[in-house]
Design a binder for this molecule. Structure first.
Ligand code: BJW
Length: 253
């Protein structure tokens, strides 16, 4: 790929920003081999629509199907490695005074790349909880059926947020607070379709905060963002961090 050029205003704003907020979605992990939500699934799961599996109704109707899908994804995510986009965001955290990374992803790849200040909006796929009392369960017998809670016998489920369920209260409260109160908002690899996450860049825009989108495709956010950096985050983000470092080298001393 040819060298990526950034608008000088963007690099200057990034350099001056005291608080950067980043919202990430499934596209950020695409280059780690984790399929995004809205692209067609392949192999065993090709005939299922993820939006129809990630619901409490699907789990009630067919708990085994949903459990097996999450088991497959949990194992896929455990084998995946962070990509250059994850590492660039972890490095950016060390280059700006304050960076809050809000993720819709459930794969822990940001944390594994070294990001510290991470808000998980949609939970974490590696955590298993009781579907009734939300108690975390660390081990369960592999019987081939949906395992049950050792305390109340309710089926176990992944600790993720399905459609129609509320997001963790503290996480969404903090996410709104920082989104409307930062100096620069970066929206990476999300289709910006799922609320309330998709409302976070809107809060930034309404408060006249510079908003930058990184995505190979356009989204409903694109016409409203100050900059649309078109390309895969695994290429755009390392280049952006490099441009910031070069700017600082040129302007130091
Ligand atoms: C690349 C790339 C590369 C590719 N580099 N980029 C207001 C208006 C309308 C509806 C609602 C509303 N408020 C609430 C709702 C209902 C609903 C909703 O938003 N529905 C929409 C579909 C319209 N929201 C909810 O139900 C939420 N709960 C809630 O609000 O409770 C209160 C309430 C309920 C009901 C009514 C009203 C209020 C809960 C949402 C939970 C979402 N959960 C999931 C599953 C998580 C667990 C799991 O992983 O299994 O979260 S669904 C799925 O979507 C997952 C994702 O986090 C989320 C967002 O998807 P994301 O990350 O954007 O991925 P994709 O696949 O959509 O896009 C990938 C992008 O990457 C694309 O743009 C590519 O171009 C790009 N890309 N390669 C960079 N290399």
């Amino acid at each position: 790929m040819a060298e990526i050029q950034f608008h000088p205003d963007l690099i200057e704003e990034l350099h001056a920003a005291q608080h950067v907020v980043v919202l990430t979605g499934a596209g950020t992990s695409a280059e780690s081999g984790v399929p995004t939500f809205r692209e067609a699934q392949t192999g065993l799961w090709a005939k299922y629509n993820p939006e129809e599996l990630a619901t409490p109704q699907a789990f009630r109707r067919n708990p085994k199907l949903v459990w097996d899908w999450y088991t497959w994804r949990r194992e896929l995510v455990a084998q995946a490695q962070p990509n250059p986009g994850h590492y660039a965001l972890a490095e950016l955290e060390t280059l700006v005074p304050n960076l809050t990374l809000i993720t819709q992803n459930v794969d822990s790849l940001h944390q594994r790349a070294g990001s510290h200040n991470v808000i998980e909006l949609h939970g974490n796929i590696s955590r298993i909880v009781c579907s009734k009392e939300r108690r975390v369960v660390d081990t369960w017998p592999d019987t081939g059926d949906v395992p049950r809670c050792p305390h109340c016998n309710a089926p176990l489920r992944p600790d993720v947020v399905w459609f129609g369920e509320n997001l963790p209260q503290e996480a969404i409260y903090l996410a709104y607070k920082v989104s409307g109160d930062c100096d620069l908002f970066l929206c990476v690899g999300t289709s910006a379709l799922v609320h309330p996450a998709a409302s976070l860049p809107v809060a930034a825009i309404q408060n006249d905060i510079m908003t930058v989108e990184v995505n190979p495709n356009t989204t409903p956010l694109t016409p409203h963002a100050d900059f649309h950096l078109q390309g895969p985050s695994g290429q755009v983000l390392p280049a952006l961090v490099e441009a910031l470092k070069q700017f600082r080298n040129r302007h130091s001393g």
